[in-house]
Design a protein around this ligand. Structure first.
Ligand code: PLP
Length: 382
């Protein structure tokens, strides 16, 4: 595997898989390295411990500021997956209602429940159908937790979460929002969104992998899922991941300062789609008719399997992914496209291109050139 260096050092390949993980910001690497050179457990009362505590709390403030929340309501976790699990399991015995396009980190814990979860359908663009939610809330046999993501990892489609929270609260439900892909890419306000719980992950915003957070509304009762030393005010035990948390804080600060970068990314993404459509008019773009993240494009190369495209692009030094990347590295059928009613023959030809802070126009030129070459080669062979 190639080492993750910043583009100035390693410009041989074009990284366009930011929704899988973003390039770590150089400022993050620098600060994390500095913090790691010092000793200190944030729970220790001596001087190095107190210094560690200060940096943890500064990071908590930066993350809270990114999402318009109070620092004391930010619980650090080992990532977005743990934050999602903590939300769904920590609320106790509620009827879970989750959208059909959620990440596995929400879908898997939802399915663990004895009677299963209510799966909320989406429309052809991948947006949760509010009528379906209202009907499900009315039919609920016990208190409910609704979980809907803010932006989809495969298509970038933005869900009407504020409206969902309004409807759900009307039915006395709690609302969790997986904002792992949205944070740092669109302006985000925990209060305005009106949700009770929100998951975040550092590595999607240029921070380190293996650290995230669950943001909780003040009066939300949450049972800790990892118990022991009582860290995070008893809500998540374990010595704080000091380097991870510090890096998360730096990345959150930079993301907050650079939210307008989305205009630049949207222009590049749209130009890329326009040029590819000029090569092959039969391309399908998923979620392109509704609000979606500026950095994300989920599109087909007609007649060419996703895996073939990903491998051919990789050979050309261009890194994209086929829908959701599984931990095994295998490409699974996309449950997101399936929920949107996309026929198998289209879904099987879809790739996800996701841009980020280090993406430049030259990267898009190289992707378009390689994609065009692969397309022509396949057309000739046919
Ligand atoms: N939720 C969404 C929407 C994601 O895209 C991801 C990661 O791909 C996760 C949760 C899991 O986050 P993490 O990788 O930090 O465990």
């Amino acid at each position: 595997m190639r080492r993750g260096k910043t583009k100035t050092v390693d410009s041989n390949y074009v990284y366009l898989d930011y929704n899988a993980t973003a390039r770590v910001r150089p400022e993050v690497i620098e600060t994390v390295a500095q913090v790691m050179s010092e000793v200190g457990n944030a729970s220790s009362v001596h001087e190095p411990g107190r210094r560690a505590r200060v940096v943890v709390e500064d990071a908590r403030e930066a993350i809270a500021a990114l999402v318009g929340a109070e620092a004391e309501n930010v619980i650090f976790t080992s990532g977005g997956t743990e934050a999602d699990n903590l939300a769904l399991k920590g609320v106790g015995d509620r009827r879970l209602m989750v959208s059909s396009v959620e990440h596995g980190a929400v879908l898997a814990p939802a399915m663990l429940r004895d009677a299963g979860a209510v799966i909320l359908p989406v429309d052809g663009e991948g947006r949760v159908l509010l009528d379906g939610l209202e009907a499900a809330l009315q039919a609920a046999d016990k208190p409910v937790l609704v979980s809907v993501m803010l932006a989809n990892n495969e298509t970038g489609v933005i869900e009407p979460v504020a409206r969902i929270a309004e409807v759900a609260h009307g039915g006395d439900a709690l609302v969790h929002c997986d904002a792992v892909q949205a944070a740092g890419k669109i302006p985000l306000d925990f209060q305005e969104l009106g949700v009770d719980l929100m998951s975040l992950s550092a590595h999607k915003i240029g921070g380190p992998q293996g650290v995230g957070a669950l943001v909780v509304r003040d009066d939300t009762r949450l049972a800790a899922q990892i118990i022991g030393g009582g860290q995070e005010r008893g809500r998540r035990s374990g010595t704080e991941n000091l380097p991870g948390i510090v890096g998360f804080g730096v990345a959150a600060g930079l993301a907050a300062q650079n939210l307008t970068d989305s205009n630049r990314l949207a222009a590049m993404r749209d130009e890329m789609e326009r040029r590819l459509l000029a090569v092959a008019g039969a391309i399908e773009r998923f979620g392109a008719r509704v609000d979606r993240l500026a950095n994300t494009s989920c599109l087909t190369m007609p007649g060419v399997a996703s895996e073939t495209q990903v491998m051919a692009l990789d050979l050309a030094g261009i890194e994209v992914s086929a829908g959701a990347a599984c931990s095994s590295g295998k490409v699974a059928r996309s449950h997101v496209l399936e929920a949107m009613g996309v026929p198998d023959e289209s879904a099987e030809c879809a790739i996800r291109v996701s841009l980020g802070w280090d993406t430049r126009e030259g990267d898009i030129d190289r992707l378009v050139a390689a994609w065009t070459e692969i397309h022509h080669r396949v057309a000739q062979a046919a």
